[in-house]
Design a protein around this ligand. Structure first.
Ligand SMILES: Cc1cc2nc3c(=O)[nH]c(=O)nc-3n(C[C@H](O)[C@H](O)[C@H](O)COP(=O)(O)O)c2cc1C
Ligand code: SF4
Ligand code: SF4
Length: 284
């Protein structure tokens, strides 16, 4: 029986979830939902999982295009696990909508609240150590459900979230539109290239040893949080000052907390930075 789990991750929460489920299933391929994937098909897989963070109450854009382009076995047992910090929104419904176009339905859906990782906007919260423990517990229950082939309806958004998403998320979506423009590289950069390797969007090239952003960033936070010397800053005043200042005024959390230069970083404690560079892993 062929089993494959596709994950998108910036700071490892979703990768950890994929690994916990894969370890319970055994003999499972884990494949990163990167941009421009090579030779990816799930046409002969009997169990297919999708695990991803929630961005702006929905699926991250790279995961959307990955699932849209994936060939799948219509008879597969399909599960979807969203990893929001708090609000899952329409993330699972979005996956269901894409799969429905392929004639596939979701057998099992769930969400696991995890540490909030949008470190350019706010420090990791709430109480990362405690949250990680709770997340682990729920992941183990979910892994057991999936191992037993359980069926469960996927989480759906309430009316308020569905109808207010565009308005509530507008300032954050504005920030995302200018995704990598405010990134600056400090003198601390040692040209190690790690930021380029962890980027799931192939958005960073090294030019003369220094990272250069290609403007198709998903704001996943992998580069910012993986840099060994904290050389990637998010300088809201450097470029696009007018736009980003307007944006920051309208973004409540940025307004309250600012964008500290020495912001706290976060990576799931079970995931090593080298694992974020992998495109696929086999779990026995
Ligand atoms: C750009 C961005 C947008 C986010 N939007 C949401 C959101 O709408 N709702 C939510 O609960 N968490 C949101 N988060 C938090 C992440 O979904 C959460 O921390 C997730 O577990 C990170 O997963 P990862 O470690 O696999 O990247 C957002 C994070 C980022 C970076
Ligand atoms: S990870 Fe940090 S130190 Fe390494 S190349 Fe990127 S910015 Fe420079
Ligand atoms: S440039 Fe950084 S934040 Fe943007 S997608 Fe790549 S790793 Fe994520």
């Amino acid at each position: 029986m062929k089993k494959v789990i596709y994950y998108f991750t910036g700071t490892g929460n979703s990768m950890r979830a994929a690994k916990v489920i894969a370890a319970r299933l055994g003999d499972t391929d884990l494949i990163s939902m990167r941009c421009n994937p090579k030779d990816v098909s799930a046409i002969d897989a009997d169990i297919v999982g999708f695990v991803f963070p929630v961005y702006h109450w929905t699926m991250p854009a790279p995961a959307v295009s990955f699932v849209e382009n994936l060939d799948m076995n219509p008879k597969a047992y399909v599960f979807v696990i969203a990893m929001p910090s708090f609000i899952c929104g329409i993330a699972c419904e979005k996956t269901a909508e894409i799969l429905a176009k392929k004639g596939i339905s979701i057998s099992y859906g769930n969400m696991v609240r995890s540490v909030a990782n949008y470190v350019i906007v706010y420090p990791p919260f709430p109480f990362p150590k405690l949250r990680v423990l709770r997340t682990e517990k729920k992941l183990k229950r979910i892994a057991e459900d999936i191992k037993n082939g359980k069926n469960r309806p996927y989480p759906v958004a309430g009316r308020f979230i569905k109808h207010r998403r565009d308005r509530v998320m507008a300032p954050y979506l504005d920030l995302q539109k200018y995704a990598d423009i405010p990134f600056t590289i400090s003198e601390a950069c040692i040209s190690c290239g790690l930021c380029s390797k962890v980027c799931p969007c192939a958005n960073i090239e090294l030019k003369s040893g220094k990272p250069f952003f290609l403007h198709h960033c998903a704001q996943c936070m992998a580069c910012v949080t993986s840099c060994p010397n904290r050389a990637i800053e998010y300088d809201i005043t450097a470029n696009d000052r007018k736009l980003l200042n307007t944006c920051s005024k309208r973004t409540p959390l940025v307004k309250i907390m600012g964008l500290p230069k020495r912001r706290k970083m976060y990576r799931n404690p079970y995931i090593k930075v080298q694992e974020l560079t992998k495109e696929r892993i086999k779990i026995d």
